[in-house]
Each structure stands twice: as C-alpha cells, then as structure tokens.
Design a protein around this ligand. Structure first.
Ligand code: SF4
Length: 399
C-alpha cells in the first residue's frame, strides 16, 4: 500500500478519534463469535503491520489535535479490520508514549493481551485517563471453545486484580455462566463496571456458536435475577439486547414518534425491535414497514444497524417513505449507512419514491437511552417484573 493512501486511511481513523494501529493480518485470536469474521458489509483497507515510522506519523497527528473530553480509541477501527491490537509487539511502548507525551484520554479494547503488572501500573500513574474495556467474554467451560487463542483465564484475572480495568464484559451462555463470572470478577475487583448480556448470532457465525448464543439468551432472565439477588457492589449493566433496550425505553420511543406528526397512511421504516413496540402500543398510528436486518442476518433486529440495502429489499411501490435518522449515521459526519453506502446513492436507486428523514430518531437519542436504562436493575424490575414484556415478546413480525 503506498504511503499516501496509508496516511489517508490513518487520517480517516483519527478523524473518528481512533488510533490506527494494525497487526498487518487478520486477527489471530480466532474467536468463534467475532463480528469481524465478515467485514464485507463495510469497506476496509489492508494495512501493513504498523512500523515505528507509522507510529511517529500517527502520534504527531494526534498531538496536533485539540484536547477535548473525548477518548482516543485503541481497537474498533472503522476502515481497518478489527484485531486485538495489544498483540502488536510495540503496543505497550506506544501506549506509554501516548500517555507521556499527550494530555489526551484513551480507551482500550482487548481480550486481555495487556501485561497485568504494566497496565495496572500505568493506571496508577495516569489516574482517570485510561478507560479500559476488558472483553472477558466468559471465564467458564466454554472459553476454550469460543476463544481458542485468547489469554488464559488466570491472565485475565490478574489484569482484573488492580485499578486498570474500567469495565469487564461477559455474557450468558447457559446456566451459571454469566452469574458465576459476575461473582468471580466482583470478588477480585469490586469497582469495575460489569457489562453483561448475550451475544447476538449474525449470519456468518457457525451453527454451534449460534446455538450457544441462543442458549445464553434463554437463560438470561435466570442469570440476571441471580446476580440481582447477589447485590454486588459493582455497577451492573445489561446492554446488548436491542429488544430489551427498546422495551425499557418504550415511553420515549412512542413520545418521539408522536412528536414526528406522522399521518396514518405514512410509511415508516423500522427494524423488529421498534416494530414490536409500535404494534403493541401504537397500532395503526402509521404504516410500519418492518425491515429485517438482512445485511447482518442471524437474530439481529435493531433499527440502528439497518442498511439502505435492507430497506431497498422491502420497498414495493411506495411514493413516500420515512426513514429514522439512525440509518444515515453509520459514519461520522456523512450521510452513510453502516456499510458505507451514501444516502444520495440510495435515493437515486428509487427515483419514484421520496424519502423523508425522521431527525428526532437519531443516534444521540438511542445511545443516551441505551445507557440510561441499561442497568441490570432496570432489566430485572422493569422488564422481567412487568407482565407486559410477555406480550411484547409474543408480537409476531411480518414475513
Ligand atoms: S480478539 Fe476481537 S477481533 Fe480478534 S477474533 Fe476475537 S473478537 Fe475478533
């Protein structure tokens, strides 16, 4: 890849406050649940292993950016494939240098390749500047099967034993999985946030892993109730189920749609999660066009992850269609979906249909609500504890 293009890719990532390190290959951890197994839904560039020269360029660019409240992120690139960047032999040196030579904050995503002593020392030296999101996934018997090349659970527990980890995420895969992990982690570290839930199968996830994820979903209520009763000192959140989030935010969703002043005959695009709520509580308020998440497939049914291609597949002879703004917010600052297709490009494919954007249904709102109502307590008390959730779960989606 020529230098000019490489620097262009770096700059794009840095515009989104990503620190564009690369392993120069696909991720060697080979997690069976990895959502990056198929990056076909977005455009990525094959970038080489980050060299010292690349790093100097990146650091200089970062240093020249104004310091705000935002965090610079290691992991989760947009134009480069995701890998565990702490597998890069220089990653810890560069993290040190970043903290020493800038006054900026940083967020780290890893399955645990940060050496335990070193990362905990750094957290002590730079209090408040490191947001460390540790992907524990599971410490139980499914770990080897799901994460064949991940760090051992002892390594993960050592990292947790110190001030570094801000939040640990792990999931339900069946009875006494999420619950056991919550107790175990809390005993070692009673300050980090416990971020839990289920993993959603997408279309390219293998059959065994898909079954395990579905088993986890089935046992989520039981696991969550047990954690709720254990009354752990840590903050506990459930943030991965779009149906649950939608149900907990139903009043806000309905209020937002009401304020959009739609007519009964207006056609409004939505994925399964919002469709179920609108059908349950505002039946026939408008024509709800259910759009399955065909691009991601599997069990996904989230409006924020819809693509224009998904919408196009469901259009017939509509003259006017309302789209939630979240679909257009796949890339910062531009009207693109999560697969990188531009809104204008999509509109030109349907010259006989006019598209109106529901600006109030935007990512700011959905992210805010995701966090506000994302506590395990909300799930147990306001979802499981509310008989209406059964009706909600029973709403059938059109074919
Ligand atoms: S470590 Fe992350 S990027 Fe790598 S395979 Fe696992 S989930 Fe995917």
């Amino acid at each position: 890849m020529d230098k000019e293009l490489l620097h262009e890719v770096f700059r794009r990532e840095m515009n989104d406050r990503k620190i564009p390190l690369s392993l120069g290959k696909t991720c060697p951890v080979k997690c069976t649940f990895c959502y990056e197994k198929d990056t076909g839904y977005r455009t990525t560039f094959d970038t080489p292993l980050t060299s010292q020269e690349d790093w100097e360029y990146i650091l200089k660019e970062i240093q020249s950016c104004p310091t705000g409240k935002e965090h610079w992120v290691v992991g989760g690139n947009e134009y480069m494939e995701w890998t565990d960047l702490f597998l890069h032999p220089r990653a810890m040196d560069w993290l040190n240098e970043f903290l020493e030579t800038t006054d900026k904050n940083i967020t780290l995503f890893t399955v645990g390749y940060t050496p335990a002593k070193e990362i905990n020392k750094l957290a002590e030296k730079y209090p408040g500047r490191i947001n460390f999101e540790l992907s524990v996934i599971t410490l139980g018997s499914y770990r080897k099967r799901l994460m064949p090349h991940a760090p051992t659970k002892d390594q993960v527990l050592k990292i947790l034993d110190g001030p570094a980890v801000t939040s640990a995420n792990f999931y339900s895969f069946g009875p006494d999985t999420m619950f056991d992990d919550a107790l175990r982690i809390s005993r070692i570290n009673n300050e980090c946030l416990l971020w839990m839930g289920c993993l959603t199968p997408l279309k390219y996830i293998d059959g065994d892993t898909t079954s395990l994820m579905r088993q986890g979903k089935k046992f989520l209520p039981r696991e969550a109730r047990k954690i709720y009763e254990a009354n752990l000192p840590n903050t506990t959140m459930i943030q991965t189920e779009s149906d649950i989030t939608t149900f907990l935010n139903r009043n806000k969703i309905i209020k937002t749609f009401d304020s959009c002043e739609l007519e009964k005959k207006d056609t409004v695009v939505m994925a399964g999660n919002v469709y179920k709520i609108m059908n349950l509580l505002r039946k026939n308020r408008a024509r709800y066009l259910y759009v399955p998440n065909h691009t991601l497939g599997g069990d996904s049914n989230c409006s924020t992850l819809l693509t224009f291609d998904d919408v196009g597949r469901r259009l017939t002879n509509q003259k006017r269609v309302y789209l939630p703004k979240v679909i257009l917010e796949g890339s910062s600052g531009e009207e693109k979906d999560i697969s990188g297709i531009k809104f204008d490009e999509f509109k030109s494919r349907f010259p006989h249909c006019s598209f109106k954007v529901l600006h109030k249904v935007n990512s700011n709102l959905s992210n805010k609500k995701l966090y506000e109502k994302g506590y395990l307590k909300n799930y147990v008390e306001d979802y499981l504890g509310n008989p209406l959730h059964k009706k909600f779960e029973a709403v059938a989606l059109p074919i």
